[in-house]
Design a protein around this ligand. Structure first.
Ligand code: ATP
Ligand code: MG
Length: 265
């Protein structure tokens, strides 16, 4: 079975994309799944957040995209997370422009991943906060998209723009792409606005909205500065419980258990 490839995207900045990639990956690894994360953001927050030093990289996703190396040659292990990482650093900032001149610029990540897709159960792609060529490479390589969102006033407008882009991707570049799920992040249940936007979200996206909600939790914000997913930083925090629940919800949605035969008594 080849991996389920999921892009984590929202062109709005600071909504919890990277936090979700790192902690969902660690949650899935804790459930015994083989996981790879791909950092497509030159900020390299996902790379650093799982304990990989972006300044010490030999090869990175940039070299894969410009066809200077294979995915396997650039992989590193997140010891604190229990998964593999195709890391990024500042080199990636120029890739958008460099790739414009190159052949198959939108499908490069997808083609590169073919080599490793049987090595993993899940591949999570951290997209930058823009609908640029990196994000498009993510969408073309992916089976589906996880959309983290903060329940703020303009959030739904942002989702409409993202949906338009996904429709175009589906038409021109990747007919199988679908929305995997919409994840409410940085959630503050005591705020009326959070609750109202949450209701609207359910109206629009129905059961695509994950039951699991990620609360605002300071431990989640602290963990990356130690290069650790939340489980290796404070596993009893509310943030850790939420991401563990998300990993379990995702697995139960994607890996429906084989129904046991009823006992013929
Ligand atoms: P960007 O668009 O810049 O890539 P992003 O969508 O990847 O941002 P994150 O980097 O995951 O968002 O989160 C933005 C900031 O909010 C970070 O400082 C992160 O540590 C913090 N943060 C994310 N989720 C939570 C949470 N549930 N509770 C508290 N802080 C959080
Ligand atoms: Mg990010």
């Amino acid at each position: 079975m080849s991996a389920r490839v999921m892009a984590v995207a929202n062109q709005k900045g600071g909504v919890g994309k990277t936090t979700t990639v790192v902690n969902l990956a660690a949650g899935l690894a804790q459930l015994g799944r083989r996981v790879l994360i791909i950092d497509l953001d030159p900020q390299a927050n996902a790379t650093m957040g799982c304990g990989v030093d972006k300044h010490a990289l030999g090869r990175s996703v940039y070299h894969v995209l410009i066809d200077e190396c294979e995915v396997r040659e650039a992989l590193v292990r997140s010891e604190t997370g229990g998964f593999d990482v195709l890391p990024a650093n500042r080199d990636l900032a120029g890739a958008d422009v460099e790739l414009v001149e190159m052949m198959a610029r939108e499908t490069r990540l997808k083609m590169a991943l073919a080599e490793v897709e049987n090595d993993y159960d899940y591949i999570l792609i951290d997209c930058p906060p823009a609908l640029n060529l990196m994000t498009i490479n993510g969408f073309v390589a992916a089976d589906s998209v996880i959309i983290p969102m903060q329940c703020e006033y303009f959030a739904l407008e942002g989702l409409a723009e993202l949906s338009t882009t996904l429709r175009k991707i589906k038409k021109w570049l990747n007919p199988k792409i679908e929305i995997e799920g919409v994840l409410r992040t940085l959630f503050e249940p005591q705020r009326l606005l959070s609750v109202q936007v949450s209701e609207q979200l359910k109206k629009h996206y129905g059961d695509k909205v994950y039951d699991t909600v990620i609360p605002r939790n300071v431990r989640l914000a602290e963990a990356p500065s130690y290069g650790r997913p939340i489980f290796a930083y404070d596993k009893s925090s509310r943030g850790a419980k939420a991401y563990a629940a998300l990993a379990a919800e995702l697995v139960s949605r994607l890996e429906p258990a084989v129904q046991p035969q009823s006992d013929p008594v």
